[in-house]
Design a protein. Structure first.
Length: 692
């Protein structure tokens, strides 16, 4: 420790990342001196990513909002005047009360994963808006399509043990970039490579991860489902199967075998932009490895029209080869389903006041621009934004901006910084950082729960999400005990302590140590002997759940909405497929305003293949315009073979006001929805690129 008077506070990284790192904060005289990864937490292993290693630059940034403010200019100008907390809360409570007297569903909360803590993202906020009777928000923007496809097949967000993946001899990293977005998981994949495992990356872009794999296969965006079907066809046709596992632990194999007969590599090749021989070789290598295989996929491949079915198709593969038998093998999308979170106790949906008079209404966050402009019965009259920055992040940016610019929309934004969205607020509230609040965390990339203890007092007049909702509840006259509980009480209710997996997660122990592993076998192979969390208890190639929801019960091909195969007229005008994966120095739109990370990222970029650049007379480093019928944005051209012909890549998500032209990649994305789960189609987007 750097100072004899300093002490260590246990904390947790709150950001939207599979790794959910345990942190130690060194504090002296009320000020945080250093943040580091907890060395005693096995998954964090003492290391933090570059962004969070410099977390104090975020906490103590001179850009921090420190006082409540009210708007004094036009919406979007970002001009505010300081007010007191009493004035801010009284104003919000009065407006909410007046709207709720007519129809509380005209009020909409809008949040996502600005913090992943259960208290401040899924606790007091849900209780407050349930009690108010506000519209419900369907939080679909990232993972809902893939989650539904996975659960229809496997039954829950469970999969291979991330700490046991070194057992695999062949690893397909499919639509994932763990070097950038799952650094601690990459450490275990790299150990498998050191032990002799072969790593194959399947991604339209030659990512930092692809550079470190033995083979990179680059399918066209949105074609993953076709590739997986063709792999299944080869596995079945060439009998590269574990018949015993199929017989004991799967449902619908005969129907699946019949379905995929025509989905040969030759059928898939033009859809994927990958030659049939490569597809067949991939399938044969996967089948020949038998049970010693792992598929590590992520949610990037679910962000197109067929994203839910694509994840479902991939999820079928390990059951065909029996790869689930061995710890660390099978497939892994998310570990979140292992955590026994008591959502009812956290969120208290029973507080909803009058469901007969005002039947609950749900708004899909992906279509927020459309809904702000078009929703009726009732129209949205007020929106409360926290843990989110929709003006930068939501698709179809033009309509999002038009919706938030409505003068008759009462908008509250609770934030650490004056984001793009904050510029449209009527009331702007200062939020606490993770170092200033209590919370408890699960993970979607490992099996450890974490506690976050505040290390410093709130800066300025910042207040936490939960505290503001408690105070608004009091002003609205809500006396329910659930709306008065402090953060530690809410955190204590987060887990179902009657569930065996929660043994060892008692609040006092978790808070003292900072982390605890779920009570699961070590290593853990959840489906070694079946036990899938589906209605049948088996891996469901045929899903009655999907059939009941009006979907095809079998794996199928759902093409991207914007492609030459589906819409040749559109592709003739806009021939390039755009994907906008996370920029290495940002995390969605978090960190994207801080000087260090802006300097490292430089400027918005567009990577395009030399052939596509030459056809448009575009030189490397030249400013280009990326456009379609929805809008346009500008970026600096990077000519590279890291992208395949016909595909362009713009790492994102830039704040609009820091991008150079007031736009970002979401100027051209659509708010169309995925096949399953109502998710966003960010990577289902055709554009043209021209010199500016």
């Amino acid at each position: 420790m750097s100072d004899a008077a300093s002490h260590i506070v246990r904390a947790a990284c709150p950001h939207d990342c599979p790794d959910s790192c345990a942190m130690e904060v060194e504090v002296a005289d009320g000020r945080a001196l250093k943040v580091r990864g907890a060395a005693d937490m096995p998954f964090t292993h003492g290391a933090l990513c570059t962004k969070v290693a410099h977390y104090l630059e975020r906490v103590y940034s001179p850009q921090r909002l420190l006082h409540p403010m009210k708007r004094i200019g036009r919406k979007g100008e970002g001009r505010f005047a300081r007010i007191s907390w009493d004035e801010a809360l009284d104003t919000i409570a009065a407006r909410f009360a007046a709207i709720a007297a007519d129809d509380p569903r005209a009020i909409l909360p809008y949040s996502y994963a600005g913090t992943m803590g259960l208290v401040h993202s899924a606790g007091m906020d849900r209780r407050f808006f349930h009690r108010l009777g506000a519209s419900l928000l369907d939080r679909t923007i990232c993972a809902s399509a893939g989650a539904m496809g996975w659960k229809a097949t496997v039954g829950a967000s469970q999969g291979a043990d991330p700490e046991a993946v070194a057992n695999a001899r062949l690893i397909l990293i499919w639509g994932a970039n763990p070097v950038v977005s799952n650094l601690h998981g990459w450490r275990h994949l790299l150990e498998a490579k050191r032990r002799g495992a072969r790593l194959i990356c399947i991604d339209p872009w030659r990512t930092a991860t692809a550079e470190k794999c033995h083979l990179h296969i680059a399918p066209l965006p949105g074609s993953d489902g076709a590739l997986a079907l063709a792999m299944m066809q080869v596995l079945i046709a060439e009998d590269l199967l574990d018949h015993d596992y199929i017989a004991r632990h799967t449902l619908g194999y005969a129907a699946l075998a019949e379905r995929v007969q025509t989905h040969t590599p030759e059928w898939a090749a033009p859809l994927c932009g990958v030659d049939a021989a490569t597809i067949r070789a991939l399938a044969r290598e996967y089948g020949a490895a038998g049970g010693d295989t792992l598929i590590r996929l992520n949610y990037g491949l679910n962000r197109h029209a067929g994203g839910g079915m694509a994840v479902r198709n991939i999820a079928c593969l390990p059951a065909l080869t029996g790869a689930w038998r061995k710890p660390g093998c099978g497939a892994l999308l998310s570990t979140s389903g292992n955590f026994p979170v008591d959502q009812h106790a956290l969120e208290r949906p029973d507080l909803y006041p009058d469901p007969e008079r005002f039947p609950p209404r749900t708004i899909n966050m992906t279509t927020i621009g459309r809904d702000l402009l078009e929703a009726s019965a009732p129209p949205i009259r007020a929106i409360y934004v926290y843990n989110a920055n929709p003006l930068a992040v939501a698709p179809d940016g033009r309509r999002v901006r038009e919706g938030f610019a409505r003068e008759d929309l009462f908008c509250v934004v609770h934030e650490l910084f004056q984001t793009d969205t904050a510029d449209y607020a009527d009331i702007l509230l200062p939020a606490t950082s993770q170092l200033e609040q209590h919370d408890v965390h699960t993970a979607y990339g490992h099996f450890y729960a974490l506690a976050n203890t505040p290390a410093i007092a709130p800066l300025g007049e910042a207040r936490s999400n939960a505290e503001v909702f408690r105070q608004l509840a009091a002003r609205l006259g809500f006396t329910d005990t659930a709306l008065c509980e402090d953060d530690e009480t809410v955190a204590a209710a987060a887990f179902d302590h009657g569930d065996r997996r929660a043994h060892g997660l008692d609040p006092a122990t978790l808070r003292a140590r900072g982390w605890a592993r779920l009570n699961l076998p070590r290593p853990f192979a959840p489906f070694a002997a079946g036990g899938f969390r589906t209605p049948s208890g088996k891996c469901e190639f045929h899903s009655a759940t999907l059939a009941a929801a009006g979907h095809d019960p079998l794996p199928a091909w759902h093409p991207p909405r914007e492609s030459a195969a589906v819409n040749p007229a559109l592709a003739a005008r806009f021939p390039l497929a755009l994907i906008s994966p996370p920029a290495r120095n940002f995390l969605n739109s978090s960190f994207a305003n801080l000087p260090r990370f802006l300097a490292d990222e430089g400027t918005p970029k567009l990577e395009l293949h030399p052939a596509d650049a030459a056809a448009r007379a575009i030189a490397d480093g030249e400013r280009v315009r990326i456009h379609n019928d929805r809008g346009s944005f500008s970026a600096r051209a990077v000519i590279t073979a890291r992208v395949r012909p016909g595909v362009v890549v713009s790492p994102s998500i830039w704040w609009r006001k820091l991008s150079g032209d007031g736009e970002n990649a979401n100027a051209v994305t659509s708010d169309a929805l995925t096949d399953f789960g109502g998710g966003a189609c960010f990577y289902d987007c055709l554009v043209e690129v021209s010199r500016t």
